[in-house]
Design a protein around this ligand. Structure first.
Ligand code: HEC
Length: 118
């Protein structure tokens, strides 16, 4: 029994560690909105948004979107991901800097995969 108990300690540590790495679903306010503000809102804000696509608030991105900007659960069908990865017309447009990093795009994908909650 003593042997078993000792072995359970590192296993427990691993479980705690891995759940804190994998279970963290990105949060809209904390993780996603700042990326939109940084890369997209300059052209997709409330006034005269390009292509009629507004990305300046949760409601604008999800509820009021006419362009499937986000399809909850399906990042590959979500225009904001498709445009960032180049699967659709590249966004931000080519010459615009800074550009979102792969890590930032993955964060947005994870958020959408998890249901794109507010
Ligand atoms: C420098 C201005 C600018 C920035 C920054 C920008 N866009 Fe755009 N966006 C445009 C323009 C212009 C269009 C219309 C392009 C067209 O139809 O030819 C557009 C169109 C779109 C569309 C509609 C495309 C379609 O196929 O219907 C989406 C979705 C989009 N942008 C998402 C984004 C996202 C997501 C970001 C940030 C990562 C972003 N844009 C950043 C200028 C911008």
């Amino acid at each position: 029994m003593k042997f078993l108990r000792l072995n359970a300690i590192p296993l427990l540590g691993f479980l705690v560690l891995s759940s804190s790495i994998f279970a963290a679903t990105p949060d809209f306010q904390k993780d996603i909105q700042p990326l939109m503000t940084k890369y997209c809102v300059e052209c997709h804000g409330a006034s005269k948004p390009k292509a009629g696509v507004r990305l300046d608030s949760y409601d604008a991105i999800i509820a009021k979107s006419r362009k499937q900007s986000v399809v909850p659960g399906d990042p590959d069908k979500s225009k904001i991901v498709m445009t960032m990865t180049g699967a659709a017309k590249l966004m931000p447009p080519k010459k615009f800097t800074p550009r979102p990093t792969t890590e930032e795009i993955d964060l947005i994908k994870d958020w959408i995969k998890a249901g794109a909650k507010k």
